[in-house]
Design a protein around this ligand. Structure first.
Ligand code: NDP
Length: 335
């Protein structure tokens, strides 16, 4: 495994982070979840990402159980706050002081740890003054419950403002967690350059476009049994990529992967890691063998000619509009 610094900080994280959205506490049985975490640890992954909202808090519990017994200092554990949890009452979501200070306690309990390495704002809260949010995060850090602060799907301007407030408060906002893959490049024009300048790294989610870039979904063919696109509770999330045009273009990547001596999942993950502002590819798995395949993407360099061929094959199915980031924050705090 290779490691990279997270933002302008002294924290090193593994180039591949294991994430448990849609899987733990939901799509897969606990036993399989434990086996996936085991294979991540065995492959050298030290960084684990979850959120209070995943499986309405169950994902944190499953991960906490799977990591209990491991040496805490050898791990980086990340979680998030914003989306509604529990009974989804009027203060059970967002980035108010009340919700942040309450939510961190629940997360720590479920994760069976005294602190998380990174506490992330899962979205920008348009209803809470940013100063209130950052003060609450600063208190979480001062209480020793989180070491660093991060954000997810914030625009360049929001990150800039957050970093300025964090500096005033003496805490470190060092990461941004956006979607980024060969198919979804909305951060390249604004978020990544601003982050670079501010000393913030990207930890990128769905680098495989939820499995689509593994090439296992052929156009006009039923998705493989048990896959995300074939599973009732998860197929809605992946639907936007399941168009004949995207699936056909993705099949065109197969010869490029073969020529490079990589599997398609490895090519997809290595691709996001070519961006210097990316600290880690945040990868999911429904089976332990997937983790073993995916980690081999760490440390791989893709030649410029291969990068250009990928762009040629994918053509105009690639999303590049920076405005897509702003669309990710709900206009009103969800309940
Ligand atoms: P990926 O793009 O890595 O998709 C993972 C899924 O692809 C797996 O669950 C599996 O699904 C399939 N897959 C994985 N490896 C292989 C393989 N080798 N061969 C074939 N199929 C494979 O990422 P996710 O969409 O799961 O997101 C990763 C993480 O990012 C999440 O767990 C979460 O931590 C974070 N995230 C953050 C968000 C945010 O708002 N901040 C939003 C979404 C995710 P299957 O086998 O079921 O088909």
């Amino acid at each position: 495994m290779e490691f990279r610094y997270l933002g302008r900080s002294g924290l090193k994280i593994s180039e591949i982070t294991y994430g448990n959205w849609l899987t733990h506490g939901s799509q897969i049985e606990n036993e399989t979840a434990q086996a996936c975490v085991r294979s991540a640890l065995d492959a050298g992954i030290t960084t684990f990402d979850t959120a209070d909202v995943y499986a309405n808090t169950k994902a944190e519990s499953v991960l906490g159980d799977a990591l209990s017994g491991e040496r805490r200092e050898s791990l980086e554990i990340f979680t998030k706050v914003y989306w509604p949890t529990g009974p989804k009452g009027h203060n059970d979501s967002g980035l108010s002081r009340k919700h942040i200070l309450e939510s961190i306690n629940g997360s720590l309990k479920r994760l069976r740890t005294d602190y998380v390495d990174l506490y992330q704002a899962h979205r920008f809260d348009t209803e809470t003054p940013l100063e209130e949010t950052m003060r609450a995060f600063a208190d979480v850090v001062r209480q020793g419950k989180a070491l660093y602060i991060g954000v997810s799907e914030w625009t360049a301007d929001q990150i800039r403002e957050g970093v300025a407030l964090a500096r005033e408060l003496g805490i470190q906002l060092i990461s941004s967690q956006p979607e980024y893959s060969m198919l979804w490049r909305a951060i390249e024009e604004e978020v990544a350059p601003a982050s670079e300048e501010l000393g913030v790294s990207q930890i990128v989610w769905s680098p495989m476009a939820q499995g689509v870039l593994s090439g296992k979904y052929a156009p006009d063919t039923a998705p493989p049994e048990g896959s995300r696109a074939a599973t009732e509770v998860t197929k809605g999330a992946i639907a936007r990529f399941m168009t004949p045009e995207i699936l056909t273009r993705v099949q065109g990547l197969r010869p490029l992967a073969e020529e490079a001596g990589l599997t398609m999942p490895q090519l997809a993950i290595a691709w996001v890691l070519q961006n210097d502002n990316v600290a880690s590819a945040l990868v999911g798995a429904s089976r332990p063998e997937q983790v073993t395949d995916n980690v081999k993407a760490a440390g791989i360099t893709l030649e410029p000619a291969l990068m250009a061929s990928i762009d040629e094959v994918l053509g105009d199915v690639v999303e590049r509009d920076p405005a897509r980031t702003a669309e990710r924050a709900p206009k009103q705090r969800p309940s």
